[in-house]
Design a binder for this molecule. Structure first.
Ligand code: HEM
Length: 539
């Protein structure tokens, strides 16, 4: 018996040493443990230990697994771990499951802020991951010579069919060229018309609600609008959610499920996208892919009736930039729906919420829009006048600072074989995940002061404020920063200028406005709650 326990314990410890150097997938880990125990069983059954084979197998199995787990746990907490010098809560240093718990509940970015306040600019947020809240980390991590995207992204897609957001280096640059063509200046004019047409439909619904005295859930309507806009922008097709006044294609359920699954699997890459033992996760991923696939098929049957994203990605202008396969198009389509619909609609709702809770800012922004209208401009219909609205633009920038819609952003990984890197004065060893998060930087008094936690659009316009642009990364930074940044900004100004121009806004009496921020969660993108408002036509 003793020899069985001792040999299994030695095997467990040895396996841990092996796994430290060769990160296993869940399948290889299980196979390695099973293979080792089978070999031990074969040897030990030759000795006369007085145990039945099944009993011996149980002893070996439990001892190997228990020793392996204990060895991993002790190592992660030990001073020999390469990240031991960086502070963080014990549970986070011990297991990534703590981060997964926070992500699952949508509170990751809020918890990270508390940790940075407690531990300082660098926090060990998982056994092999750090979060760095320092502007000096932005370019070394996210910039052109920064670090590659790795498992956080890769784990979430079927092998071989990655969309642009998973790519690095030359492959990324090539795909980005296609995206850039679809979002260049002339294309943006086309997309502005799509956004403005959507606003006309939305305005009609809002006018009806105003006339009926009905409470409008702005979050729900903006989701309809955002999805319709992405349909037009990406596939040249209006999904018709605003006109129908309901989510008849269950778009938001699909996107929401996808984002939760994405978030969890990103933190647990060894689960892999085939996490079949958690069927809901995989179903959520596949539902969106299948939805996008249908959109692609539908779009490919039509010729280019509009210069939508497909016109460029599907290469219908035929300038030889490389044709994507239908599967690649479906992958990019899923990405467009998630990256473009949820983000912009959350940003619009958040900005309206912040304006409503800061009436003095709303009054200034409205005066600016009214003045522009009096001189013949229609920012809700055309984007060439958007630069003439500096205060509204400052409100948008400030809203994305104080409540960024991608609060944490994805991680980058220090490549194996690099010998580690120096980031913002911290030595970060190989194979460490690094997070540089907008929410943490944006609320740091070193970069935005005074009142880093308050919505103060003036900080972007007046002197006397410490406003450090390098620390402002709502769209990320470097070559993989948001390709849809200008599109999103255009969409936000189109809709918000329209809302404040045509409607007076108020909260229903029973609504507590503080609950909005309190209940704003995060599943990669902010998961905003309902925003009930009453609309009154402006005369
Ligand atoms: C306010 C709205 C938006 C915000 C705050 C935002 C934010 C971001 C961020 C932070 C990233 C980097 C993500 C990462 O590295 O993991 C990103 C990437 C991306 N975004 Fe946006 N986004 C917005 C709207 C849009 C829109 C409207 C589109 C249009 C389709 C879009 C398309 C993309 C794409 C394709 C990428 C990947 C870029 C690449 O890897 O080169 N986004 N976005």
């Amino acid at each position: 018996m003793d020899i069985a326990v001792a040999s299994a314990a030695a095997a467990g410890a040895a396996l841990h040493q092996y796994f430290r150097r060769h990160e296993p997938s869940i399948a290889t880990a299980v196979l390695s443990v099973a293979g080792t125990d089978a070999a031990l069983l074969a040897v030990l059954t030759r000795l006369d230990l007085g145990l039945s084979v099944s009993h011996l197998a149980r002893v070996l199995g439990t001892t190997t697994v228990a020793t392996l787990l204990l060895s991993v746990a002790l190592y992660r907490l030990s001073p020999w771990h390469p990240l031991s010098r960086y502070p963080g809560p014990v549970l986070h240093r011990l297991t990534k499951l703590r981060t997964v718990y926070a992500s699952w509940h949508g509170i990751h970015y809020k918890e990270m802020k508390q940790m940075h306040e407690k531990y300082g600019p660098i926090v060990r947020m998982a056994p092999n991951a750090v979060s760095i809240a320092d502007v000096a980390a932005v370019m070394p991590v996210l910039g052109a010579n920064g670090l590659p995207k790795d498992r956080f992204y890769r784990a979430r897609h079927p092998p071989g069919i990655f969309p642009i957001i998973n790519m690095n280096g030359t492959e990324h640059a090539q795909r980005r060229r296609l995206w850039n063509r679809g979002l260049g200046k002339s294309a943006l004019e086309v997309h502005t018309r799509t956004a403005a047409d959507g606003w006309v439909r939305l305005r009609a619904q809002f006018e009806k609600a105003a006339d009926d005295g009905a409470i409008v859930d702005l979050t729900q309507w903006m989701r309809f609008y955002g999805f319709d806009f992405m349909g037009g922008f990406a596939f040249g097709k209006d999904f018709g959610l605003v006109t129908a006044g309901e989510d008849r294609v269950r778009a938001w359920k699909t996107i929401h499920g996808f984002l939760i699954a994405h978030d969890i699997i990103g933190h647990l890459p060894w689960l892999g996208w085939r996490a079949a033992f958690i069927p809901n996760l995989v179903t959520a991923l596949m539902n969106l892919r299948n939805f996008a696939r249908k959109c692609v098929q539908d779009r490919l049957q039509r010729s280019a009736t509009a210069m939508d994203l497909w016109y460029y990605l599907g290469n219908e202008d035929d300038d030889g930039a490389g044709r994507l396969t239908n599967e690649q198009l479906a992958a990019e389509g899923s990405l467009a729906l998630v990256a473009g619909a949820d983000t912009s609609s959350s940003a619009i709702v958040t900005l309206v919420y912040l304006l409503m809770t800061h009436p003095e800012c709303l009054a200034k922004a409205r005066e600016e829009v009214d003045t522009a209208a009096a001189t013949g401009m229609s920012p809700w219909a055309a984007s060439d006048c958007h630069d003439a609205l500096p205060y509204l633009n400052a409100c948008m920038d400030e809203s994305l600072r104080v409540l960024p819609v991608v609060p944490t952003n994805g991680s980058r990984v220090v490549p194996i074989g690099s010998g580690g890197v120096n980031v913002a004065g911290y030595y970060i060893p190989e194979d460490t995940e690094i997070f540089v998060s907008p929410y943490q930087l944006h609320r740091d008094p070193r970069y935005f002061s005074p009142e880093p936690d308050r919505f103060r659009p003036e900080r972007w316009l007046e002197s006397g404020w410490n406003t450090q642009g390098d620390a402002y990364i709502p769209f990320s930074a470097g070559p993989a920063q948001c390709v849809g940044k200008n599109l999103a900004k255009m969409e936000i100004i189109v809709v918000v200028s329209g809302i404040i121009r045509y409607f007076d806004l108020s909260f229903p009496a029973q609504y507590d406005p503080n609950s909005f921020v309190e209940h704003t969660g995060e599943h990669i993108v902010t998961d905003i709650p309902s925003l009930p408002i009453l609309l009154k036509r402006r005369t």
